[in-house]
Design a protein around this ligand. Structure first.
Ligand code: HXC
Length: 513
C-alpha cells in the first residue's frame, strides 16, 4: 500500500507543478499569478477541492504523446468564497499556453454541469492561447461544448469570467455569454482576430493592447464590466461582485444585517441645481441614498451617460440604473440603452430588486444614432424593464421627457412604486422646444418674437415642468422631499419583498436583439 500511496502523492505533486517551475517563474515575471495561486487567493482557505487533477490529453499527433501534463492545462473544482459554494476553473498558461484541448474542455464542462445541478456560481479564470492547435476540430468541438453550457446556465446560476491573459479567436464567446467580465490591465486581451490578421485584412496597424486590452474594452466596446490593476485586484473584485448575488435563480441575494436608524439624508436636498440645464453628478445621489460605500459600479467608463451597478440599501442588495446628467445631459442613446438593458435583465434573472433614478432629456438625435438603430436598441431597454418581475422602484430627480419617460421604468411598464422629487419635470419635451412648436404662429406674429417665446416658455414650464400633473393621474405615487428618499426606498423594497407576478405561458419572448 505504501508504494501505491507514494505513487499517488508523486502524481498529485506533478499535477500541482503544471508545466513546470520555470514556466511558473515566467508567469511571475510577467506580473501574473499561476492558475493555482489564483484559485488559492479566490477561495476561502483550505476550501478548494480539485476535480480532474490527473486528466491527460488524448492527442497523438505532432509528437504530443511524449508531451503530456497532468491536469492538461486547466485546474478545476469547487470551494467557497466567504462561506458560499462556487465552482471554478483556472486555465494554466504553463501547459501549452493554457490552450484548450478536448480533455481540457471536458474538465471545464464537468464543473459547469455541477454548478447548474447544484445551483452555485461558476467562475472562469481565463488565460489561454486558444484552441490547442495540435488537436484541430477536437478542440473546436470542446469550445462549442462550453458555449452550449454557457447558454444552458444563463439565468440559472451567475457566471463570472476573469480575463487574466490572452483570450482570442472564438474563445472570446464563452466569456461574452457569461454575466460579467473582469479584465486585468496590461496583461490580458480579448479579440476575435488579432493584430496580424487585422493588418492583413484592413492594413491597420494596432497593438494587442490597443485592439483588445482592458482599456479598449472598458471604454470603446463595453465588453468588460470591470477592470483590475493586477491579478489580486481582479480576484478581490470578483469576490465583491459575488457578495451582491444570490447563488442561483431560485435564491435571494444575501441580506446584510442592518438596524434601521434615522434615515433622513439632508444632503440630498442640495444636489439638484436650481437651473434645470446645469448638470450634477447622479453618483452623489446614489451615495446619498445607499448604504455607506456600498455602490459597485459596472462599465464605469463605457456609455457613462447611464450609470449601472450594485449597491445595498439597509443591507439589501439592489441593482441601480441611473441617468447621468454629467454626461450628454443623461440622454439615452444606443450604447447606454444596451448597457442598461443587459443589466436589468441580469437583475431580473437573479431576483435583485431594481432602483431607477431618472433625469433624462430624451433620446439622442442624429443620423449616427438612427443609422446605428436607436430604434432597436432603445427598445431593448424598454423591453427589459417591461418584462422584469423583480421589485422595481423609480425616483425622478429632474427631467423625464418624451419616450424616455416611458422607458425609464415608468408606472405604465410595470414599476411598483414611482416617486418624484419636487424638481421633477415630466413632459413630452423641454419648455423651449415645446413652445417653439405649439406656439409658433403666435410667436411669429408677435412684435417681439423673442420676448413672446420667453413668455410662452414660462407658461409651458409652469404647466408641465413639475411632477404634479403626473401625480394627479397616479403615474407618480408620491412627490417626496429628496432627504426622505432613502427612508421611502427602504420601506418600499421591504414592502415588495414577496412580490409575485404570474406571466402568460410561452416559450420565451422575442427581445429586440
Ligand atoms: C498549442 C500553444 C498554443 C495553442 C500557445 N501554445 N498557444 N500550444 N496550441 N493555441 C504554446 C506555445 O507553443 C508555447 O509552448 C507555450 O504555449 C507558450 O506560448 P508562447 O508563444 O511562448 O507564449 P507568449 O509569447 O506569451 O505568447 C502567447 C500567445 C501565443 C500570444 C497566446 O502563444 C500565440 O499566439 N499562440 C497561438 C494563438 C492562436 O493562434 N490560437 C489559436 C486561435 S484560434 P512551449 O512548449 O514553447 O512553451 C482559436 C479558435 C477558437 O482559438 C475557436 C472556438 C470556436
Amino acid at each position: 500500500m505504501d508504494n501505491k500511496l507514494d505513487l499517488l502523492q508523486s502524481k498529485l505533486a506533478e499535477a500541482k507543478l503544471g508545466g513546470g517551475q520555470s514556466r511558473i517563474d515566467t508567469q511571475h515575471k510577467k506580473g501574473k499569478l499561476s492558475a493555482r495561486e489564483r484559485i488559492h487567493f479566490l477561495l476561502d482557505p483550505d476550501s478548494f477541492e480539485e476535480i480532474g487533477a490527473l486528466v491527460t490529453h488524448r492527442c497523438s499527433d505532432f509528437g504530443m504523446t511524449e508531451q503530456s501534463y497532468l491536469g492538461d492545462g486547466v485546474v478545476t473544482g469547487y470551494g467557497t468564497v466567504n462561506g458560499r459554494l462556487v465552482y471554478v476553473f483556472a486555465q494554466d498558461f504553463t501547459v501549452f499556453g493554457g490552450s484548450l484541448s478536448e480533455t481540457h474542455a471536458e474538465k471545464i464542462c464537468k464543473v459547469m454541469d455541477l454548478a447548474v445541478r447544484n445551483g452555485a456560481p461558476m467562475i472562469g479564470l481565463n488565460d489561454s492561447g486558444g484552441a490547442r492547435i495540435q488537436e484541430g476540430v477536437n478542440s473546436l468541438g470542446g469550445y462549442a461544448d462550453i458555449f452550449y453550457r454557457n447558454v444552458q446556465s444563463s439565468g440559472v446560476v451567475p457566471q463570472i469570467s476573469a480575463i487574466m491573459g490572452p483570450c482570442a479567436g472564438g474563445a472570446v464567446y464563452s466569456p461574452a455569454m457569461t454575466d460579467f467580465i473582469v479584465m486585468v490591465q496590461n496583461s490580458s486581451y480579448m479579440f476575435v482576430t488579432g493584430p496580424n490578421v487585422v493588418k492583413t485584412v484592413t492594413n491597420e496597424e494596432v497593438s494587442s493592447e490597443d485592439l483588445g486590452g482592458a482599456s479598449a474594452h472598458s471604454t470603446k466596446s463595453g465588453v468588460t464590466h470591470l477592470v483590475a490593476s493586477n491579478d489580486l485586484d481582479c480576484i478581490a473584485q470578483i469576490k465583491r461582485l459575488l457578495s451582491y448575488l444570490p447563488q442561483n435563480c431560485e435564491d435571494k441575494p444575501p441580506m446584510l444585517p442592518y438596524k434601521l436608524e434615522e434615515e433622513y439624508r439632508e444632503q440630498l436636498n442640495r444636489i439638484v441645481p436650481e437651473n434645470a440645464s446645469q448638470p450634477y453628478d447622479i453618483k452623489e445621489v446614489i451615495a446619498g441614498i445607499c448604504d455607506t460605500e456600498s455602490f459597485m459600479e459596472l462599465q464605469e467608463n463605457y456609455a457613462d451617460n447611464i450609470v449601472i451597478g450594485f449597491a445595498r440599501l439597509a443591507g439589501r442588495s439592489i441593482g441601480i440604473v441611473a441617468n447621468q446628467p454629467m454626461s450628454l445631459a443623461g440622454v439615452l442613446d444606443v450604447n447606454s440603452s444596451k448597457k442598461a438593458a443587459r443589466f436589468v435583465r441580469f437583475c431580473d434573472c437573479f431576483n435583485i430588486p431594481l432602483l431607477v433614478l431618472v433625469d433624462v432629456p430624451g433620446f439622442l438625435p442624429g443620423t449616427d444614432q438612427e443609422w446605428n438603430a436607436i430604434i432597436t436598441n432603445g427598445a431593448k431597454l424598454l423591453y427589459a424593464f417591461s418584462e422584469a418581475t423583480v421589485p422595481r422602484i423609480t425616483v425622478i430627480t429632474r427631467k423625464a421627457y418624451g419616450g424616455a419617460y416611458d422607458v425609464m421604468n415608468s408606472k405604465h411598464i410595470g414599476a411598483d412604486l414611482n416617486f418624484a422629487w419636487p424638481s421633477a419635470e415630466i413632459a413630452v419635451m423641454g419648455a423651449k422646444g415645446a413652445s417653439e412648436i405649439i406656439f409658433k404662429r403666435e410667436i411669429d406674429a408677435a412684435p417681439d418674437p423673442a420676448a413672446k417665446l420667453l413668455e410662452k416658455e414660462k407658461e409651458y414650464a409652469d404647466t408641465f415642468a413639475n411632477p404634479y400633473r403626473a401625480a394627479a393621474r397616479g403615474f407618480i405615487d408620491e412627490v417626496i422631499e429628496p432627504a426622505e428618499t432613502r427612508r421611502k426606498l427602504i420601506k418600499g423594497f421591504a414592502m415588495l419583498e414577496h412580490k409575485a407576478v404570474a406571466r402568460p405561458k410561452r416559450k420565451h419572448g422575442n427581445v429586440p436583439l
